[in-house]
Design a binder for this molecule. Structure first.
Ligand code: ATP
Ligand code: MG
Length: 228
């Protein structure tokens, strides 16, 4: 029995237009992502990895083609609803609310996405602990944290929203080897124990090697896995 893929990209093509220049970054990409699996997307800088995440996470709509969640076109679900209920993203630039503490960034995300937990602050501290930040760091303004610590706040924030798909753009880029290993372990647990779909963009061969599937983006095409 084959199950409906949690995320399906069909004939995805994306062109950026700036002035007179048109750049087609993604060309006719078709792929099915399943629940319970951890994917790594690799490719040179500028190959369209962040673009692919933006389209798959409902931040932008493709020039051509369809992104479907559980068999339904995102445009039908509504991009806002999809981002609130089904997909969480750890951005390459973190996108934290810089006037808040680490814990407040997480409780705010829980409120926005409608997480039904009464003890939001405790849950936030628990998640920050899971990514290796102590209570003192959790209650500091995020700008007083190092780059790697901010990156972990962004990861904890994504974990706080109980979604089906977790997207992460270079999530270990600013982490030392041991901390990065801890984060990779969390991604594997999410996929294998909690049956989520985890899709990570990375330049790190080490991270990619831990994934169940490695997808290669080059010249607008995605290869390295059987086309569906
Ligand atoms: N908003 C935009 N407008 C115009 N061009 C863009 C825009 N965003 C990205 N691009 C172009 O699209 C291409 C792919 O960019 P993208 O950010 O997806 O690459 P990437 O693979 O994530 O790179 P990196 O590894 O450096 O993060 C690049 O040539 C970039 O200049
Ligand atoms: Mg990028």
């Amino acid at each position: 029995m084959t199950s409906t893929p949690v995320l399906r990209l069909s004939g995805l093509t994306h062109t950026y237009t700036g002035g007179r220049r048109r750049t087609t970054v993604l060309k006719d990409i078709t792929y099915e992502f399943q629940r319970g699996a951890f994917y790594a997307v690799v490719g040179p800088s500028g190959s369209g990895k962040t673009t692919l995440l933006s389209l798959s996470s409902g931040l932008d709509t493709p020039t051509k083609g369809v992104v479907a969640f559980d068999g339904t076109d995102l445009r039908e679900i509504g991009l806002d609803r999809y981002r609130n209920k089904h997909a969480a993203t750890v951005f390459q630039q973190y996108n934290l609310l810089t006037y808040m503490t680490a814990a407040q960034n997480i409780t705010t995300a829980m409120e926005i996405t409608g997480v039904r937990t009464r003890r939001k602050k405790d849950r936030a501290l628990e998640l920050l602990d899971r990514v290796g930040l102590d209570r003192h760091q959790a209650t500091r303004n995020v700008l007083q944290l190092s780059g790697g610590q901010q990156q972990r706040v962004a990861i904890a924030r994504a974990l706080a929203c109980d979604v089906d798909i977790l997207f992460a753009d270079e999530p270990t880029g600013n982490l030392d080897e041991d901390t990065a290993k801890g984060i990779i372990d969390i991604f594997q647990e999410l996929a294998h124990d909690e049956h989520k779909c985890v899709i990570v963009v990375t330049h790190s061969q080490h991270l990619a090697d831990q994934a169940d599937q490695i997808l290669n983006l080059r010249k607008g095409r995605m290869t390295g896995a059987p086309r569906s």
